[in-house]
Design a protein around this ligand. Structure first.
Ligand code: ADP
Ligand code: MG
Length: 548
């Protein structure tokens, strides 16, 4: 009819659609995520505009409705949101004016100019949003009525090069997106399949989402709590605990609950938890943080590595408005926004641990945490150069002179005036450490030695090197020099042992690099020592075990 207007897409849009369909094919269920997100955004926008214009108020039952129709082979996504006027439809859905699309076509132009192959990965960097509908549909019609107006329009396209606009009727403000499904997209006409996708990708959207089943019944599909978006004062301990258990798949109480909103240059909300129990199963095969990234409430991925590996025991959600919804894998690795969020989130966790580690009244509480996750934290010392100095005071140790646990700052405060180094001894278990002949000389002189028995302990002290300018020194290394400390009690010259040393050197030959007299022994006659510059003894054992 004459009321139908036909418009051409820009050439780039046609190409874009083609790429979208091919590049994202394996992930094509995300079309639903995109369309549901748009519907929820539109609902949020209307709610927001209604704050200053009562006429736009949302109907009380406003929701996003997903309605499959197997007979007609259509899937309809409806909302009562802000809606689109005719020019909005043309602008938002029909042109390349959208910033993302424009950037994409620019990149296409540049790459083509360089004679380079068009990487499908380019797609994700700019987001495909609404166009992803064409992955599952060979025709899409959008009927919309802008809130506050009484005109409705229908936009329709097969995604191949042009779209049409014609007047339509819609009783209330809002939008219906009707997808005419492709032959191979049958699964998205099944309500259980739709339910699965919504739960996976949109469970925490605040706007209610319902799916109409085969009998015409509407079932709520999302829980929509987005707990982290609520102010702290509105969240009960019970709700925090429930949410913690959902994200951690655990059964315990959180040891720490961090809930904060970062505002200013970088805006995001964090809701993170430290468990009070060690996870039941060791997850050594995947050392990456699984903290979930949300953008505007929408779950994006749990592979954004929002925290470093050495904080992988922390569970939770980070939600930001500062990233596009269809942030791609490539983008997750390179976007400066995410780098900044990572840094801020890591700092927040370290600060929490630091505060709790300094609370003398709750020392036991912190020790419990440390017994659960201390070995993981220690990995940060050799993996994370930047954070090393912040991690060191969070560590706890057994000591040759103190009962219970101690820390590096406490050790330093007890150092003897003439003592220059922090001494430590590494072995497989603390009992072996306590009885070690390596300690005799230190004991006799009242010099404290930290006793380390975690499997990572062989690695990190050397990496740390120093704490508060005091070098860390293994007592098994020959250089550990005790001559400047007076033995407590005894005096007098030790008998000369030159002849014995010479005889031992002869007997042991090339099996040892040297035989020396030492101040380190009191009761034992001999001890095995590492040379001053080489690796610590425990390290040598591990290297040998690893076949090196
Ligand atoms: P993005 O959501 O990143 O802006 P999309 O391609 O998903 O990109 O959508 C393009 C635009 O179309 C949106 O910004 C919005 O203005 C409009 N739009 C899409 N879906 C709806 C809807 N259900 N209601 C109102 N506007 C919509
Ligand atoms: Mg969108």
């Amino acid at each position: 009819s004459e009321t139908v207007e036909r418009h051409e897409f820009g050439a780039e849009v046609g190409r874009l659609l083609d790429l979208v369909v091919h590049a994202l094919y394996s992930d094509r269920e995300i079309f639903l995520r995109e369309l549901v997100a748009n519907a929820a955004d539109a609902t949020d926008r209307r709610r927001f505009e209604a704050l200053t214009n009562e006429a736009l108020a949302l109907p009380s039952d406003a929701k996003v409705l997903i309605a499959p129709d197997k007979a007609a082979r259509t899937l309809t996504i409806s909302d009562a949101g802000i809606g689109m006027a005719k020019e909005d439809l043309a602008q938002n859905l029909g042109t390349i004016a959208r910033s993302g699309t424009r950037a994409f076509s620019q990149a296409l132009g540049e790459k083509a100019g360089e004679g380079e192959d068009l990487r499908p990965s380019l797609i994700g960097q700019f987001g495909v949003g609404f166009y992803s509908a064409f992955m599952v549909a060979d025709r899409v019609t959008v009927t919309s009525r802008r809130a506050g107006t009484d005109e409705a329009w229908t936009w329709a396209s097969d995604g191949k090069g042009s779209y049409t606009l014609e007047p339509a009727a819609r009783e209330q403000a809002g939008t219906d997106i009707v997808l005419h499904m492709k032959d191979d997209a049958d699964e998205y006409l099944e309500s259980y399949r739709l339910d699965h996708v919504v739960r996976k990708w949109a469970d925490n959207i605040a706007v209610p989402i319902a799916i109409r089943d085969e009998e015409g019944k509407e079932e709520a599909a999302n829980r929509g709590t987005a707990l982290w978006r609520k102010p702290k004062s509105e969240v009960t301990d019970e709700q925090y605990k429930e949410f913690y258990r959902t994200v951690s798949h655990g059964f315990d109480e959180p040891w720490a609950t961090l809930h904060w909103r970062a505002e200013g240059a970088l805006e995001f909300t964090g809701l993170l938890f430290v468990p009070s129990m060690k996870p039941f199963m060791a997850v050594e095969d995947d050392r990456r943080s699984k903290v979930r990234l949300h953008v505007r409430r929408m779950f994006i991925t749990d592979e954004a590595e929002l925290l470093p590996n050495w904080l992988r025991f922390v569970h939770g959600v980070v939600d930001t408005d500062d990233l596009p919804l269809n942030v791609s894998r490539e983008m997750l690795q390179s976007t400066p926004t995410l780098q900044k969020i990572r840094r801020a989130v890591t700092t927040r966790v370290i600060n929490e641990l630091s505060n709790r580690s300094k609370n003398a009244e709750k020392a036991e509480d912190y020790q419990k945490f440390f017994e659960n996750f201390g070995p993981i934290l220690k990995e940060g010392i050799y993996e994370d150069y930047e954070r090393r100095a912040e991690i060191a005071p969070l560590l706890r140790f057994r000591s040759s002179t103190e009962a219970g646990w101690t820390s590096l700052p406490d050790y330093v405060s007890r150092m003897k005036p003439e003592q220059e180094a922090i001494y430590y001894l590494v072995a497989d278990d603390v009992e072996a450490l306590k009885n070690s002949a390596q300690l005799e000389g230190f004991r006799a002189r009242g010099v404290e030695v930290l006793l380390l028995s975690d499997h990572v302990d062989a690695f990190w002290p050397e990496q740390l090197g120093k704490f508060e300018d005091k070098p860390l020194r293994s007592v098994t290394q020959g250089a550990a020099d005790l001559s400047k400390f007076k033995p407590e009690g005894e005096t007098g010259e030790a008998p000369a042992a030159d002849k014995l040393v010479a005889a031992l050197k002869l007997a042991l030959g090339a099996d040892v690099s040297d035989v020396r007299t030492t101040d380190r022994l009191v009761d034992s006659a001999v001890v095995l020592a590492a040379s001053g510059s080489g690796p610590d003894l425990q390290m040598q054992r591990l290297l040998r075990r690893a076949g090196r």
